[in-house]
Ligand binder design. Structure first.
Ligand code: FAD
Length: 466
């Protein structure tokens, strides 16, 4: 007989939104069931953030060795060029992922969350049937937290399959292609394209807009553009991929001419869309906001006690936003007073060099005019950056503050390892720091973080090291 489960909280999707919601819900003593069709950890852990950073790490190591084999690097010389066995790299990446999958399963168990493995389909707002390997399981719940995530956008004339791949396949290639064309110069395409270039692949980028990384301002993006140029990555801007024929990608350039690009693989990274299809969302009759499920500032949908979080519920589609929403919703269900109102949701590009943006940038409408001070401190004047051979990439930390009271409104950085500064930036914004708070905080020497301190000092008109 088909099993029926009644529970207080039902979470659909075991990605960072869903599993964090389930763990917090369990911690708070709420009876919780989590349904996941694939592997715990969702996109981020299995086919997104973590595997991409593992491949990026390997690519960086390989590149340094390849340089040392070409010419001695800081006294290190390699007699032979390094070789890459990408199948082994993928196996190592898979072991990292598996370790984290196992960790998430253990955390859910400790929080007494029941995990049901299978695809959930809703018949109405509070009832679903899960197709498990042992047959259907019907689940009814008082609260439903929808966290089904997102999927890559497919181009109708470049359908995924064969040589045309999404980020998922790019992270598990059996062998490295000789040539790769990346269609779409957002962060996912560039992170992967740069990593593969470091591994020796000939990479070309095709972008329909007139710039790469369009969500970031031109000053921040310039060092990445410089790296691409210096490392032989051709970037076609205002160019449109048209389709594949005989191992070549047809691309219409800005001037209307069409060229053919050799492409063992074409990596299509033109965006991601919320996963709204195939699980009965239409039967739940919740309101939509464009392609996303509509939510308020507590992640409530238009249906009572149905919540939506993460990539399903709007931009930015980032792990830390999904997790923060999941955490919050569980606490609201448990009776706590919470609201999703972060001072900023920072974003990082793990490109070469890395980019961080938190809060307002100089190009944002709210930051325009005479009312703000902007100051920038270059890594070329930072001892740690120079000691890491990372001072000459054009990197910097930039702060933007309100002129009247010096309240910090935005912080950006571009440079090696700046992703590790992002939490200091978020903390400053969340705590409502003024420039004097940053300037008055002792920053450890020698660190990249000193560039943040100096940027604040410079905004106050008295930087020391520039
Ligand atoms: P997901 O992680 O997508 O999880 C949704 C889960 O729901 C999936 O496991 C799916 O199998 C399951 N599911 C869906 N429907 C059903 C159903 N009907 N029944 C059962 N299960 C179902 N973000 C960052 O912040 N930093 C990064 O560096 C970063 N890098 C990325 C790199 C790549 C290549 C990609 C693709 C994404 C990256 N992201 C990054 C984005 C990040 O992965 C997502 O924002 C995050 O995973 C969203 O979490 P989520 O819980 O909303 O959904």
């Amino acid at each position: 007989m088909a099993e029926t489960i009644h529970t207080k909280v039902l979470v659909i999707g075991g990605g960072p939104g869903g599993y964090v919601a389930a763990i917090r819900s369990g911690q708070l003593g709420l009876e919780t069931v989590l349904v996941e069709a694939a592997r715990l950890g969702g996109t981020c852990l299995n086919i997104g953030c973590i595997p991409s950073k593992a491949i990026i790490h390997v690519a960086g190591e390989f590149e340094a060795m390849a340089h040392a084999a070409k010419a001695p690097l800081h006294g290190i010389a390699l007699k032979t060029a390094p070789a890459i066995d990408f199948a082994e790299t993928v196996k190592w990446k898979d072991r990292v992922v598996k370790r984290l999958n196992t960790g998430v399963a253990a955390l859910l168990k400790r929080a007494k969350v029941r995990v049901v493995q299978g695809w959930a389909t809703f018949s109405d707002g509070k009832n679903c049937t899960v197709d498990t390997k042992d047959g259907p399981v019907t689940i009814t719940a008082e609260h439903v937290i929808l966290a089904t995530g997102s999927v890559p956008v497919e181009l109708p004339f470049l359908k995924f399959g064969g040589p045309v791949i999404s980020s998922t396949e790019a992270l598990s290639l059996a062998t490295l292609p000789k040539t790769l064309v990346v269609v779409g110069a957002g962060y996912i395409g560039l992170e992967l394209g740069i990593a593969l270039r470091k591994l020796g692949v000939e990479v070309t980028v095709v972008e329909a807009l007139d710039r790469i990384l369009p969500l970031y301002d031109a000053t921040l993006v310039a060092p990445v553009a410089k790296w691409l140029e210096k490392n032989g990555v051709t970037v076609h801007l205002s160019a449109h991929a048209k389709g594949m024929a005989k191992g070549k990608l047809n691309v219409e350039l800005k001037d209307g001419k069409t060229i053919e690009l050799a492409a063992d693989n074409v990596l299509v990274t033109v965006g991601r869309k919320p996963a709204t299809a195939g699980w009965g969302l239409e039967n739940m009759a919740v309101d939509m906001a464009g392609a996303f499920v509509k939510i308020d500032d507590q992640c409530r949908t238009s249906m009572k006690n149905v919540w939506a979080i993460g990539d399903l519920a709007g931009e930015p589609m980032l792990e830390h936003k999904a997790a923060a929403q999941g955490h919050m919703v569980a606490e609201i269900v448990a009776g706590q007073k919470r609201r999703f109102d972060p001072a900023s949701i920072p974003a990082v590009c793990f490109t070469e060099p890395e980019i961080v943006s938190a809060g307002l940038g100089p190009g944002d409408d709210a930051a325009k005019g005479d009312d703000v001070i902007t100051a920038l401190f270059p890594f070329a004047a930072n001892g740690r950056a120079l000691a890491m051979d990372a001072g000459d990439t054009g990197g910097f930390v930039r702060v933007l503050a309100r002129k009247s009271d010096h309240r910090v409104l935005g912080i950006q950085a571009v440079g090696a390892h700046v992703s590790e500064l992002s939490n200091a930036f978020s903390l400053a914004l969340e705590m409502g720091a003024v420039l004097e708070d940053i300037a008055g905080t002792i920053h450890i020497h020698p660190t990249l973080g000193e560039a943040f301190h100096e940027a604040a000092l410079r905004a106050l008109g008295h930087a020391i090291h520039i």
